[in-house]
Design a protein around this ligand. Structure first.
Ligand code: ATP
Ligand code: MG
Ligand code: FE
Length: 343
């Protein structure tokens, strides 16, 4: 089974061909980061325009690198949501046009399901499992009893972890996106500033990052007022310690409570070295297997969309040309009924 994946939910225009849901045949990502950097974040209108310029070229390149013609494909899988509406529409319309022109089924994929299924392309998924989804827009713990089933265990009550990383980076004067810079500084630091831990109520699997973000803002503000210099590495290290400790703690507790043998991580912040090391160590102690994709499959790409799309294809899920981009798409299991709901 060959699936063409297309992803345009945010600021990367991406297309990929994946074989049998597990093997990357081609994986093309055109990043717009350089265009958004000077604004310190993604500008939706700029993103949409870039997608329009890039999408055809990126799809052609993915097919060329895969050495496959449209006739060799079984379906087109595209990110249907969540994301920026103008950005999603470019991918969804390109996918529908391509599918219509070549008589292929089109499958609408939830972006976060894509992040999760990146693990199928690297290391594999053994059910039941707990997935930690930690990205620019999401921070969630999800229990997956089997392929294509998602039960939300906990989620952020305010900012996503990646959002907090990017905001703290901005306060420290680091370039966008800030996550990798904070990660690097945190590793260089010899000392760290002590910031609070947002454990929330006993037993809660929810997250909160806005208090931590405010604590960092206050720390920098107070230092500036007193005329003291702020050591960005010390702040980065303290911030990262707080995030890593709470995320690791809650993930391990969820894995034990749900009795799973495997935990997978997904999303851009899963590229964080501090978090990867901490999860590997803590889960290792509990003899729970831990998988996280390589860095280029943690951040946005279309191979992960094709991987999730393959699993949906195998489950018999098919979309049609009425499909539309949905910025608030819900993460639902792979069933025909849910496909109707999401349309
Ligand atoms: P979502 O997937 O929730 O829709 P998104 O697609 O914008 O959001 P991703 O592309 O998955 O998010 O991840 C981008 C985020 O990951 C950014 O916030 C970025 O700062 C963060 N990030 C990337 N690398 C690292 C790292 N090494 N440490 C921490 N954060 C990182
Ligand atoms: Mg991105
Ligand atoms: Fe993403």
């Amino acid at each position: 089974i060959y699936i063409l994946g297309i992803e345009t939910s945010c600021d990367e225009t991406a297309a990929s061909v994946v074989r049998n849901g597990r093997e990357i045949v081609s994986n093309v990502v055109a990043s717009q980061i350089e265009s958004h950097k000077r604004f310190g974040g993604v500008v939706p209108e700029v993103a949409s325009r870039h997608h329009v310029e890039q999408i055809t070229l990126v799809i052609e390149q993915a097919l060329r690198e895969a050495g496959i013609t449209p006739g060799g494909l079984n379906a087109v899988a595209v990110t249907q949501g969540p994301g920026l509406v103008g950005a999603l529409l470019v991918g969804v319309n390109a996918a529908k046009a391509f599918a219509f022109a070549h008589g292929l089924p089109v499958i609408g994929v939830h972006h976060i399901a894509g992040h999760v299924y990146a693990n199928r392309l690297a290391g594999g998924m053994e059910f039941p499992l707990v997935a930690l989804i930690i990205s620019g827009g999401h921070t969630e713990l999800v229990y997956m009893e089997r392929d294509g089933s998602f039960e939300l265990i906990g989620e952020t009550r305010d900012d996503a972890a990646g959002e907090a990383y990017d905001k703290v980076a901005r306060i420290l004067g680091l370039p966008y996106p800030g996550g990798p810079h904070i990660d690097r500084l945190a590793h260089e630091a010899e000392e760290s500033v002590k910031f609070p831990r947002a454990w929330l109520e006993d037993g809660s699997y929810d997250f909160s990052f806005s208090g931590l973000k405010s604590a960092v803002i206050n720390y920098v503000h107070n230092a500036n007022q007193k005329g003291e210099t702020v050591d960005p590495a010390k702040v980065a290290a303290g911030f990262q310690e707080s995030v890593v400790e709470v995320v690791t703690g809650k993930t391990v507790r969820a894995a034990k409570a749900f009795g799973v043998q495997q935990v997978i991580a997904a999303g851009g912040v899963a590229a964080n070295r501090g978090l990867r090391d901490s999860l590997a160590e803590a889960l290792g102690k509990e003899e729970i297997e831990f998988h996280v994709p390589p860095l280029n499959l943690c951040t946005d790409n279309a191979a992960m969309i094709a991987a999730a799309g393959s699993s949906m294809f195998e489950a018999g899920v098919r979309g049609d040309l009425r499909m539309n981009g949905k910025p608030g798409l819900e993460l639902l299991g792979w069933t025909a009924e849910n496909e109707q709901k999401n349309r």
